[in-house]
Ligand binder design. Structure first.
Ligand SMILES: NC(=O)c1ccc[n+]([C@@H]2O[C@H](COP(=O)([O-])OP(=O)(O)OC[C@H]3O[C@@H](n4cnc5c(N)ncnc54)[C@H](OP(=O)(O)O)[C@@H]3O)[C@@H](O)[C@H]2O)c1
Length: 310
């Protein structure tokens, strides 16, 4: 796996691994197998949150399991660890107030068994808290060495722009990475997003990211397995011409449609109008190997263009 130097100074692998289900839906043995394989193949960018996966447990499981794995393997220095704050756990605790940020970073560090995280995301916007309070609290964590860089997830772009303008004016640490839903398929325009906060990335967001030279970490980029199991697609995405063409080209390249999506996402910045995209997915061991075959697929500019023109 290639490594990418991000504009914020972090060096991450071209694919990020989602740890959301580790310790709940995914039991420890399988989680370790996936993490070991990902690290062996050159992956280093691991994604978790202070609330994963509270809908299947307490919300402490993913960070706790990662902490155990980092300790057991002695590999903290080889991992770029990303975690998040700001979403609810069992319906309470959502927000980006100073006290919440200060409390949850220490909880995350304790569970992860480390004294710093590389990338700390605001998991969702909190318009009820003054932006200045949030940015100052995050900046203080950077100054203390608890956090190396900041990111947003599930924010409107104009709110990121406002926050970073404020950070610039007050000499605070800006947000330098965006994590948002993005995949090859288009959202179905007739269907309202289930949650407004996690709207699927569209053209405006892509232009914003290009303009700001900000990388996009694309979550749920494999549509939760729907490229291989169409019954999982639901009504949020258009299948249509894109899905048919993806299947055809994947067969031609000798990989699965999911692997071709990984190939498309990791190459899309070569075309004008697209930022650097780092696909973030979760997968069992067999699917991880299958998906990473996408990194060996060669896509010409003409093929990328043709995929985009649909
Ligand atoms: N910022 C946010 O608000 C947010 C929200 C959601 C997720 N995330 C992050 O993004 C990560 C991934 O998101 P996600 O789990 O929602 O979506 P995803 O990665 O698109 O989907 C994961 C699902 O796809 C299946 N899958 C993967 N590769 C497959 C293949 N080749 N064939 C068939 N099925 C395959 C997996 O099944 P198997 O386990 O059987 O392989 C799993 O059920 C999470 O772990 C989390 O870190 C962030």
């Amino acid at each position: 796996m290639k490594k990418i130097l991000l504009p914020n100074g972090l060096t991450v692998s071209e694919v990020a691994l989602g740890a959301m289900n580790f310790g709940t839906v995914t039991e420890k043995k399988e989680a370790y197998r996936v993490l070991d394989a990902y690290l062996d193949m050159g992956g280093n960018f691991v994604d978790t949150s202070n609330n994963y996966a509270h809908w299947a447990g307490t919300g402490d499981e993913s960070e706790t399991l990662l902490g155990e794995w980092l300790r057991d393997r002695g590999c903290r220095d080889r991992v770029v660890l990303a975690t998040k704050v700001g979403f609810d756990r069992h319906g309470v605790g959502a927000g980006l107030k100073k006290a919440q940020i200060e409390y949850w970073i220490d909880e995350s560090l304790r569970k992860l068994g480390t004294d710093y995280v590389d990338l700390y995301y605001a998991h969702s916007d909190d318009p009820a808290t003054p932006m200045e309070e949030t940015m100052e609290a995050f900046h203080a964590l950077v100054k203390k060495g608890k956090v190396r860089a900041l990111g947003t997830s599930n924010f409107d772009t104009w709110r990121v722009a406002e926050a970073n303008a404020l950070a610039k004016a007050k000499e605070l640490t800006p947000y330098t990475v965006m994590q948002q839903r993005f995949t090859y398929l288009y959202p179905r325009s007739s269907v309202a997003p289930k949650y407004t906060y996690n709207e699927i990335t569209g053209r405006e967001r892509l232009r914003f990211l290009c303009d700001k030279n900000m990388p996009l970490v694309s979550y749920s980029c494999l549509c939760k397995g729907a490229y291989e199991s169409p019954e999982r697609l639901g009504d949020e995405y258009e299948g249509g011409a894109r899905l048919a063409a993806l299947r055809e080209l994947a067969a031609e390249k000798g990989v699965t449609p999911s692997a071709l999506v990984v190939a498309w996402l990791t190459n899309i910045h070569r075309l004008a109008g697209y930022p650097r995209v780092i696909p973030l997915f979760s997968a069992s061991y067999a699917h991880l190997l299958e998906n990473l075959r996408g990194l060996s697929v060669t896509l010409t500019d003409e093929e990328l263009q043709a995929m985009n023109e649909l």
